[in-house]
Design a protein around this ligand. Structure first.
Ligand SMILES: Nc1ncnc2c1ncn2[C@@H]1O[C@H](COP(=O)(O)OP(=O)(O)OP(=O)(O)O)[C@@H](O)[C@H]1O
Ligand SMILES: [Mg+2]
Length: 213
């Protein structure tokens, strides 16, 4: 099933067209890998699909329904449907591990404590739940970021270079984990420079000069 569709999405900045009429279908149960050189538009594409930024033109559909331009509606969709792992982890330095993990859920009005603790055990960071980001190793920070991205049980998980700061062994563990998330039925969209990561994916999309090639 198609969970999200981009139809001829462009993103134009004053000096550059970062994305040029890109169409893409994102499917449940699929790990989609996005590859391409630096500056080709991969993060821009992820930001459009992740509703983090508005396209200059084109349409974005979630389960066939066009996404509104209204920021509060987009924020609601993001928090209910999507999870994000950012390249620099994006952890809040003044919050400890468990509070970082629970951050996406604070406006939901639901209790996610149990799920957060389950993820903490699954990712073997239970001894680190009271630690702050500056007390964690790179791999631990990455696992906190992964737990946070999954805490609201998203239908689509976006990850921009999730293994960029990790050694190859920890990186492989992260890719295994993301593969497992796709196998559970979610759509996983991963940006990676690493050709080795193709073996974890169902489909590879190559981006060059703002276009899918
Ligand atoms: N806010 C912005 N204003 C102007 N230009 C931008 C902005 N964001 C990105 N760009 C430009 O758009 C192009 C695509 O950027 P993008 O970040 O999507 O590349 P990328 O493929 O993710 O690169 P990398 O592999 O280095 O992360 C680049 O030329 C970049 O300089
Ligand atoms: Mg990028």
């Amino acid at each position: 099933m198609i969970v999200e569709e981009l139809v001829k999405v462009s993103k134009v900045y004053p000096m550059i067209t970062a994305l040029s009429k890109v169409s893409l279908k994102i499917k449940d149960k699929e790990l989609l890998l996005i590859r391409g050189p630096s500056g080709s538009g991969k993060s821009t594409l992820l930001n459009m699909a992740g509703l983090l930024d508005l396209p200059s033109s084109g349409k974005v559909l979630i389960r066939g329904k066009p996404v509104s331009k209204d920021e509060s509606e987009r924020a609601k969709l993001r928090s209910e449907v999507m999870g994000f792992i950012f390249q620099d982890f994006g952890l809040i330095s003044s919050l400890n591990t468990i509070d970082n993990i629970l951050l996406p859920t604070i406006f939901s009005g639901k209790n996610y404590e149990e799920r957060a603790h389950k993820l903490v055990r699954l990712l073997s960071i239970e001894k680190r739940i009271k630690h702050y980001p500056n007390q964690l190793s790179g791999g631990e920070k990455q696992r906190v970021a992964i737990a946070r991205s999954l805490v609201n049980n998203p239908q689509i998980l976006f990850a921009d270079e999730p293994t960029g700061n990790l050694d190859s062994k920890t990186g492989a563990q992260v890719m295994d984990m993301l593969r497992g998330v796709a196998d559970e039925g979610k759509a996983v969209v991963v940006v990676s420079h690493n050709p080795e990561h193709e073996k974890y994916s169902d489909r590879v999309v190559k981006v060059k000069d703002g276009e899918i090639i």
